[in-house]
Ligand binder design. Structure first.
Ligand code: B12
Length: 215
């Protein structure tokens, strides 16, 4: 199988919600020594995007979306396990990350958290459906350099705006950099709410996070 064929097969496995096939493709990618991030970003993620489109059009239903996401999670776990361990002596800093309250989408947030760990961040992953207060408390408690929030729905992205305000009210907005992401989030939204950075995918998220802490 060529790399291109493997990427296409990865997307197809997610769309057909075939977990065994998705795992087999991820295992094959590791065996072939392919870049795990490329396989996630250019194989499995486009498949998940197609799933979203089919769901929106009413061609695919929620139970199938759940099965498709399970297939993706299983494949991503195999690829993530093949990422190098963080071997940096100097830590990049602490990052608090989570999905905004009311939102249970956590696959992308999980990939961002894993990659940030690989690049030397101490990541405090608060999970999904995280109350805004919890983000503020964790930033205070850990003295985090970065707080990253994920939102995949128009109804929850407003939580990112509310968090900006809450960090200001808590008097800690100038001590922490904010990063926003998730399918519905854009650079325009980040600028509008005054977030310090937006990233479209996990690789870009790490790059921007490093820029933020390095000043
Ligand atoms: C999988 C999925 C689900 C799964 C989630 C499983 C899970 N554990 O996450 C399940 C089935 C549970 C689900 C449920 C629902 N879903 Co849904 N779901 C999706 C789907 C198909 C894919 C999301 C995904 O995992 N993508 C793959 C990952 C890798 O991509 P990603 O999340 O975008 O993450 C990347 C970047 O965005 C970025 N990133 C992500 N987070 C962060 C954070 C930071 C700080 C940074 C810098 C970057 C960053 O890096 C990531 C890695 O590259 C999307 C469609 C889509 N286009 O996104 C719909 C979608 C998000 N869902 C949608 C809806 C409506 C729902 C439901 C309300 C359906 C229902 N009727 O119940 C519920 C919501 C329940 C809730 N309260 O949250 C809508 C949202 C519409 C909107 N505009 O608001 C979408 C867009 C589908 C659609 N087209 O209609 N869903």
């Amino acid at each position: 199988m060529t790399e291109q064929e493997l990427l296409e097969a990865a997307a197809k496995a997610v769309v057909s919600a075939d977990e065994d096939e998705a795992k087999a493709i991820a295992t094959e990618a590791v065996k072939l020594g392919l870049d795990p991030l490329k396989v996630i970003n250019e194989g499995f993620t486009p498949g998940m995007r197609d799933v979203g489109d089919l769901f929106e059009r009413g061609t695919m239903f929620l139970p199938e979306v759940i099965l498709a996401s399970e297939a993706m999670v299983a494949a991503v776990a195999i690829l993530e396990a093949s990422l190098p361990e963080d071997q940096r002596e100097k830590k990049a800093g602490t990052a608090v990350i989570g999905t905004i309250e009311g939102d249970v989408h956590d696959i992308g947030k999980g990939i961002v958290a894993t990659l940030m760990r690989v690049y030397g961040f101490d990541v405090v992953d608060l999970g999904r459906d995280v109350p805004l207060d919890t983000f503020v408390e964790k930033v205070k408690e850990t003295g985090a350099a970065i707080v990253g929030t994920s939102a995949l729905m128009t109804t929850t992205m407003v939580g990112q705006k509310a968090l900006e305000k809450m960090l200001k009210e808590a008097g800690i907005r100038d001590q922490v950099k904010t990063m926003v992401g998730g399918a519905v989030v854009t650079q325009y939204w980040a600028d509008k709410i005054g977030a310090d950075a937006y990233a479209e995918n996990a690789q870009e998220a790490v790059q921007k996070a490093l820029e933020l802490v390095q000043g």
